[in-house]
Design a protein around this ligand. Structure first.
Ligand SMILES: [Zn+2]
Length: 157
């Protein structure tokens, strides 16, 4: 009995540990100090990308973008989303039903909303982009990538 309890604790400790490593900022190829990010980003970009902030709804210039192109990370240029996967969610934040390429993003469970949500980070620089919710278009993926426009730049095709 004691042995099995010990095993459970060991597994839990291992589980937490590997989880911590996955979400540690050390995994991101682009590493910069807080001072460097502050110098490179605008104060609004910094607040969202490095401080996990959220821009005010309906303030993003990218909200109404409809021409074909790619939405890239405002901090490092990593390709995040494509216009063809953008939809009008009515929430006031640029919304997509899927990533350009899942390997360009890091998904991290976030329970701070009190219901299912996933935080989206740039896989190259670790910048905070937004969240994924499960109320996206049912006819496609059912997911809504709710992304801060300030965290992205738009590159026309
Ligand atoms: Zn990035």
């Amino acid at each position: 009995m004691k042995k099995s309890i010990l095993l459970v604790f060991t597994l839990m400790a291992l589980g937490c540990n590997s989880n911590a490593q996955k979400t540690s900022s050390k995994q991101f190829p682009i590493q910069k100090t807080d001072m460097e990010w502050k110098a490179e980003l605008s104060s609004q970009e910094y607040k969202v990308l490095r401080g996990k902030g959220t821009e005010r709804a309906f303030t993003s210039e990218l909200l109404d973008v409809k021409e074909p192109g790619t939405f890239v990370c405002a901090a490092c240029g990593n390709e995040l989303y494509r216009t063809e996967h953008k939809f009008n969610s009515g929430t006031g934040w640029p919304s997509f039903d899927r990533a350009f390429d899942d390997s360009n993003l890091v998904y991290k469970p976030d329970n701070s909303y009190g219901y299912y949500a996933v935080e989206v980070l740039c896989a190259d620089c670790g910048g905070h982009l937004g969240h994924i919710f499960k109320d996206g278009p049912k006819e496609t993926t059912g997911k809504r990538h709710c992304i801060n426009g300030i965290a992205m730049d738009f590159v026309k095709d």
